[in-house]
Design a protein around this ligand. Structure first.
Ligand SMILES: Cc1cc2nc3c(=O)[nH]c(=O)nc-3n(C[C@H](O)[C@H](O)[C@H](O)COP(=O)(O)O)c2cc1C
Length: 419
């Protein structure tokens, strides 16, 4: 005679046996992994399991002691919200307008180079995820897919992010390609006059393409899906530089590439050169001081600035984006738009940045973690998590639209007890 316990055990065993085929199916495994990812931090942990440590460190890591990487989070964590009570929040609308383009979400996909290292679907997959969420994606000059490839994959709005390489002819050709593919704005990144010191990468001997050492081979064997992609359809080069013979495709360190191709003489005069070559909206990325923001707007004619420390990957101990934002937004006023990035991992982070003067924010790692954890569906999951959290945070804050937000919604925890 079977006891209730034995019946329960038999039922569980039968259910487990029914699920066995799908448990062994790699696609279903990825879907389950994504289902379990409730937060961006969950996606980060899943990414760490899915890709070799050396590649994870390239994405996750930052410069030197990673003090700025930590500050990006710590300064957001130090903000407290002061919700408005008794507001009708039955309809939440997080949409906004950035440089004249209506976006369903005030969250853009930040430019990331060599995204194909984590998954060969790379930048086109992230761009499609952002477009499906009603937003836009910024294609990096250092991307592992060309802007033409990203354009072929999606007809949603794109911006192009330029580094003004020493070879101005190359930089000018990239500007032309951005225009020809219909990129709606040119983003010039100004915080890489020389490469930041990514110490995790130095320790790991990170290079393009990744070096095969006994350790990296062992890590690859433990991640057969990533390794199969790496062997079958590698996307591990700076695609825009392919065939230029400038080392972007050789086994050199990324640091060496940046130092040989990037221009340490980059100055305000160089931005004048960019302005002459690009007639559309111009965005300057990597601004952390109000006086620089004002100069970008008044002298160069920038239409927007991105308050950013490059995700902590350049100058360590640089101020966080969220700490620098209020003074910059104040100095720029309504003469240009102010965007911000660095450490955005929660919908409430987006809300804080908007309340402190940003028109929209950008996020980089969340989408790359998603892509690493689950390919295109993982990138889409990152957008869904952040969008869903933002909507709930707006509702709970009593701000049904982003236009309802202002600095009265944010209190600094460090000042909370001040008289
Ligand atoms: C893997 C990786 C690659 C990046 N590549 C670029 C790049 O090519 N150009 C650029 O302007 N910024 C680049 N960034 C910086 C991001 O655009 C962005 O400023 C920063 O990462 C935002 O912080 P978050 O990652 O905390 O969202 C990169 C960041 C990461 C993590």
């Amino acid at each position: 005679m079977s006891t209730p316990l034995a019946q329960l055990a038999a039922r569980e065993l039968r259910a487990a046996a029914r699920e066995l085929p799908s448990r062994l199916d790699p696609g279903a495994r990825v879907a389950r992994r994504l289902d379990r990812a409730v937060t961006i931090e969950d996606l980060r942990r899943a990414a760490r399991r899915a890709i070799p440590q050396v590649v994870f460190d390239f994405v996750d890591g930052a410069a030197n002691d990673e003090a700025t990487l930590a500050a990006n989070r710590r300064d957001l964590d130090a903000l407290a919200l002061a919700p408005r009570a008794l507001v009708d929040v039955s309809r939440i609308d997080p949409s906004t307008t950035v440089l004249g383009r209506k976006l369903a979400l005030p969250l853009l996909g930040a430019p990331t180079g060599l995204t194909g290292l984590v998954n060969p679907l790379g930048e086109p997959a992230i761009a499609r995820a952002l477009h499906a969420a009603g937003s836009l994606y910024v294609v990096s000059a250092m991307a592992s897919h060309t802007v033409e490839e990203v354009r072929a994959a999606t007809d949603g709005p794109l911006w192009f992010q330029l580094y003004v390489f020493r070879d101005r002819g190359f930089a000018a050709s990239l500007i032309e390609r951005a225009a020809a593919t219909g990129c709606e704005a040119l983003v010039v990144t100004v915080d890489v006059p020389v490469a930041g010191a990514r110490e995790r990468d130095a320790r790991n001997g990170f290079g393009i393409p990744p070096r095969l050492t006994p350790r990296s081979v062992a890590q690859g064997l433990l991640r057969p899906r990533w390794s199969a992609d790496f062997i079958r359809r590698p996307r591990i080069e700076v695609a825009h530089a392919a065939g230029r013979g400038d080392g972007a495709g050789d086994a050199i360190s990324l640091l060496g590439y940046v130092n040989s191709q990037f221009d340490p003489t980059l100055s305000w005069a160089t931005l004048g050169w960019v302005r002459e070559h690009w007639t559309g909206p111009l965005v300057i990325k990597g601004i952390l001081r109000p006086d620089d923001a004002v100069r970008a707007v008044d002298q160069v004619g920038a239409d927007a600035v991105i308050v950013s420390n490059h995700g902590g990957r350049q100058l360590d101990h640089a101020v966080s984006g969220i700490a620098a934002l209020p003074a910059i937004a104040d100095a720029v006023g309504d003469r240009a738009e102010v965007l911000m990035d660095g450490g955005i991992r929660r919908g409430s982070d987006i809300l804080c940045a908007l309340a402190l003067g940003a028109r929209a924010v950008l996020a980089a790692r969340p989408f790359v973690y998603g892509l690493a954890a689950g390919g295109a569906a993982g990138a889409a999951r990152a957008a869904a998590i952040l969008g869903g959290e933002l909507e709930r945070a707006l509702a709970l804050s009593g701000a049904p639209t982003v236009a309802d937000l202002d600095s009265s919604f944010v209190v600094s925890r460090t000042n909370m007890l001040a008289p």
